[in-house]
Structures are given as C-alpha cells and as structure tokens.
Design a protein around this ligand. Structure first.
Ligand code: SF4
Length: 278
C-alpha cells in the first residue's frame, strides 16, 4: 500500500493546470508546423503562423494561449493500492482548480439555468479509473467551449452503419465551420451507451496527434475522415484552406445490438492538455 498526501496532489494539479494554460503540447505544435507547409491558402498559412506565434508568446510570457481558459476536466488513473491521507481527495482536486484559476478567466456557472458564475472556475469535472498497482496519473484537459458547443452525440440504429457514422462526423465539422476555432482535433466515440460514448470521444482528444487506433479498420476510418474533413475547405479559423483538422482520433466501445451511438467532440486551436505522474 502506498500513501499519498492530498496536499501533494493539490500542489501537483494546481501546477499542472497553470502549465496547461500557458504551454500547448509539443505534438500539437509539431503538427501545426507541419500543417503550415501543407496549407495552400496564403490566408490559411498566415493564420497558422499567427497561432504558432501566439503559442510561443504565451509560453515565453507565461500568459494563457487563449482568453477562454476553459473548464478543467481531470482524468485520474489511480492504483488500487494507493491510499490518500490528510483530507478528502475530491476536495483537494477542487481546491487545486480554484488555486490555478486565481489568475485565469473564470468561465464556469454553478447553475446552468440561473447562470451564476461560481467565481473560481470550480467545479472541475473529474473522471476516475481504478488500475492495478500503486501509481497515480493525472491528465488535465482545459476545454474551451467554442469547440465544445459545436460537439454532438447521436444514438443511431445499427442500420446506418459505418457510412452513417462517417456522415455524422463530417456534418458536425461542417456545421461547426469557424465557430470551433479550427484547425481542429476531432475526437470521435463510437459504441457504448449515451453516457459512455461522449466520454470516449473526449478521451480520444487525450491521444497524442499522430497516434493511430490499433484496430486497422478504425485507423483506416480515421485517415479517411481526416482527408474528407480537409476537403471541406473550411481552413484555419474558417478563413478557407485545406487544413481544417490536424487529426481525427476515434475510440470504440462494445455496445448493444440495437444501437450505434456516435459522439464527436471537437477540440480547437488551443488544445490544452497536460499530465503528471505522482
Ligand atoms: S474554442 Fe478554443 S481557441 Fe476558440 S475561443 Fe474557445 S478556447 Fe479559444
């Protein structure tokens, strides 16, 4: 049994969220540099250049890469032999979120209808997964809601098949147009149930850009969709071009014989994610 103090977790998660707001992931920056060479529209090239410049200023000056510093979403893998000491772990995670957002924009309303700002960007959304052993790995996603708002889920009958799923992904990106702040990362969940398919799409966004699904037929669908999305002509920030998305990342789940759930979770040109292992 390994004991981890909740104060240590609070410090680490606060640092993680602050770092994620200022430093975009290296795989994303590499994909953008590559996209700069592929973009054919001069305006699109200029937009990518500006986004890269923005990312490098944010890193150098330790300022947010975008004014919307998002909602904090935490994915936690905890070993079944870990014991937390010194307080409640969920309370520590929420305290870490409040700590980190003291200097970041507060974008969370505590009631969806009364629309009252919680004042400290809490609560973070927390997803737990119990794994073997004694490790604790925390991944933070700071999700901007321009892209979240344009995301969709649909419970299809299985008869729509792969073509129906494919059409839904394409329609989602087309309807989003400039509103999701492309170049996008397109996370797709297929299978599961209403609740789990959305989470699968979001978890797909945690994969590094350039990774492919290990199942050959899904890898093929990722590649086919990326090509089709980039032929839509939306381009960087919706100003036209061939770089509408940098990646399509699909996660699949077992599902019921009566359904083919599909979720599309879009991530924008400020895809903030970072991980820490304690
Ligand atoms: S969608 Fe992303 S890039 Fe656009 S405003 Fe929101 S956080 Fe910023």
């Amino acid at each position: 049994m390994r004991t981890i103090a909740v104060s240590e977790v609070r410090q680490a998660v606060g640092d993680l969220l602050r770092r994620a707001a200022h430093h975009l992931p290296e795989d994303y920056l590499a994909a953008m540099r590559d996209a700069r060479g592929r973009e054919q529209s001069p305006t699109g090239q200029q937009v990518i250049e500006l986004l890269l410049e923005n990312a490098s200023y944010a890193e150098a000056e330790e300022i947010p890469t975008c004014q919307d510093t998002g909602m904090a979403i935490l994915f936690i893998e905890v070993g079944q032999d870990v014991h937390f000491s010194g307080g409640e772990i969920e309370a520590a995670l929420q305290a870490a979120t409040r700590d980190a957002y003291a200097d970041l924009r507060k974008s969370v309303v505590s009631d969806p209808l009364l629309r009252i700002n919680s004042g400290d960007n809490s609560p973070a959304l927390i997803h737990w997964r119990i794994v073997a052993g004694e490790r604790l790995r925390i991944t933070a996603l700071q999700k901007g809601f321009g892209a979240e708002l344009m995301s969709r889920v649909q419970m299809f009958p299985p008869s729509v098949g792969v073509e129906g799923a494919r059409r839904f992904v394409l329609e989602t990106v087309e309807r989003a147009g400039p509103n999701a702040c492309p170049p996008l990362i397109v996370g797709v969940g297929i299978g599961g149930s209403l609740d789990s398919v959305g989470l699968a799409a979001k978890k797909a966004l945690l994969r590094p850009i350039g990774s492919v699904n290990p199942a050959p037929h899904i890898a093929e669908l990722e590649d086919d969709l990326l090509g089709a999305i980039n032929r839509l002509g939306i381009g960087p920030q919706g100003l036209g071009g061939v770089v509408t998305a940098l990646a399509v990342q699909i996660e699949t789940l077992a599902t019921h014989i009566a359904a083919l759930p599909v979720a599309v979770n879009l991530n924008c040109s400020a895809p903030r994610r970072a991980s820490v292992e304690l």
